[in-house]
Design a protein around this ligand. Structure first.
Ligand code: LLP
Length: 422
């Protein structure tokens, strides 16, 4: 069993749904991102069935994977979108996504991005500071329209995750301190080009416990009640994204448990009329993708064994940036493991930080294929062209069919728009 249900071994070879990954490598080359369409559908279904007909809007946190084929799949399943830039807005509109199901997050929205989102008619702006609120009011006024606003508050709870992906603590740059939120709502209420519609928080990512969500919710409920006493009534409550996935053997928080607990608390405070918005990213796509790579060279020294592969930190930044652990599978494992050694799996980039996995036991030979698992989230979207490496192709597998949903970049395209000066 691998960590990803739609990437399993059949007849001794790792498959994406019904296609051997080695066939895909042969056909499309490596490095290669391979996604499973059914995995996207199953991940969506976990949220849909958890909602049980309650008023829940799931807005895919598309920073995790913004390929149009992925967005289109979620759009067709009924998802909304959590965007953080004018670029992400353009992607949603490009697949015909419904703007009234878009929440616009992010700490540094520029005026042009606000204008584009107002024109599209987004559900709300998750505003993160008083300065942003004033800018949004001005932009909306200039456009002769009214901007729907939700304040992203910082509830100061510890999401118990990696510091780089923890966002709900006081010292993080995100949100408006919960103690200041009432004053900012009162200010918003005086600005005629704004309409207050909700409250929002996002406390971090790869969260595996329900308690941080419930701690944040308690604080938000108090705020909602205080606002109601002041005559400010909200329509929705957005608890952000953050549900973790299995990279190794994590015990997971299921959407069902999360939603049941949230609605229990809302019911207890007579607040279940509020729409609940969630912004899951990783949990919708993380285990719907792998990064397929070929072993170029094996290198043995006294201290280490290295497998130098054709994928690198530019294709998957998470290991070096967060010390993240991705499971790695040999696509066709050898049965005789007496030759196995502990390898560091590293890329060709000229940085010591260019590693993908460390100390993994394999019996490897040059030319072998490896699958770096859980690469559906924050892999391609964080990829770069460092070392003038074309970004890898993305393939979506649907049963026995493989679709190229983004071709491999060509080397020439990487500098085609550059010019030299005399
Ligand atoms: N909503 C907001 C406002 C966010 O900032 C994020 C992620 C999400 C939703 C989606 O969170 P998720 O469900 O995916 O945890 N690059 C890092 C993760 C950064 C997350 C940033 N914000 C990684 O590779 O682990």
């Amino acid at each position: 069993m691998t960590v990803a249900p739609h990437f399993q071994f059949k007849n001794g070879a790792l498959h994406a749904e019904d296609i051997p990954l080695s066939d895909l490598a042969r056909q499309f080359g490596t490095p290669l991102y391979v996604y499973s369409r059914q995995a996207l559908r199953d991940a969506w279904e976990a949220y849909r069935s958890a909602a049980q007909g309650r008023n829940v809007l799931v807005c895919f946190g598309m920073k995790a994977n913004s390929n149009l084929a992925v967005l289109n799949e979620f759009k067709n399943l009924g998802s909304g979108f959590d965007i953080v830039s004018g670029g992400e807005l353009a992607r949603v509109l490009a697949v015909g996504g419904d703007a009234s199901r878009i929440v616009f997050s992010g700490v540094g929205k520029q005026a042009w991005e606000m204008q584009a989102a107002l024109k599209a008619g987004v559900k709300c702006f998750n505003v993160e500071s008083e300065a942003e609120l004033l800018r949004l009011a001005e932009v909306a006024k200039q456009a002769g329209t009214i901007a729907p606003v939700s304040l992203r508050v910082n509830p100061d709870v510890d999401a118990q995750t990696h510091p780089y992906i923890s966002t709900g603590l006081k010292e993080n740059k995100f949100g408006i301190a919960i103690e200041s939120a009432v004053a900012v709502y009162q200010l918003a209420a005086t600005l005629p080009s704004l309409e207050i519609v909700g409250v929002d928080c996002h406390i971090g990512s790869q969260i595996t416990e329900v308690s941080p969500y419930l701690d944040a919710l308690e604080k938000l409920i108090k705020l909602i009640e205080t606002l109601a006493d002041l005559g400010i009534h909200l329509k929705h409550l957005d608890l952000g994204g953050g549900i973790g996935i299995r990279y190794t053997d994590e015990t997971l928080l299921s959407p069902t448990v999360l939603l049941d607990k949230i609605f229990q608390a809302l019911d207890a405070h007579k607040l279940s009329h509020l729409q609940l918005v969630l912004e899951p990213g990783r949990s919708l796509v993380g285990n719907a993708g792998v990064l397929l790579t070929t072993v170029e060279y094996l290198k043995h020294s006294d201290a280490k064994n290295f497998a130098i592969v054709d994928a690198a930190m530019n294709d998957l930044l998470r290991p070096t940036l967060y010390d993240a652990w991705h499971s790695v599978e040999a696509v066709v494992p050898r049965s005789n493991t007496s030759e196995s050694k502990a390898y560091d799996i590293v890329g060709p980039i000229c940085e010591s930080g260019d590693w993908l996995a460390r100390d993994r036991e394999f019996d490897l030979q040059q030319g072998d294929l490896l699958a770096i698992m859980s690469a559906g989230a924050y892999a391609f979207t964080m990829a770069s062209q460092y070392n003038t490496r074309p970004r890898a192709a993305e393939i979506m597998v649907d049963g026995v069919h493989a679709h190229v949903v983004r071709p491999r970049e060509t080397v020439e395209s990487l500098f085609a728009s550059e010019t030299v000066i005399d």
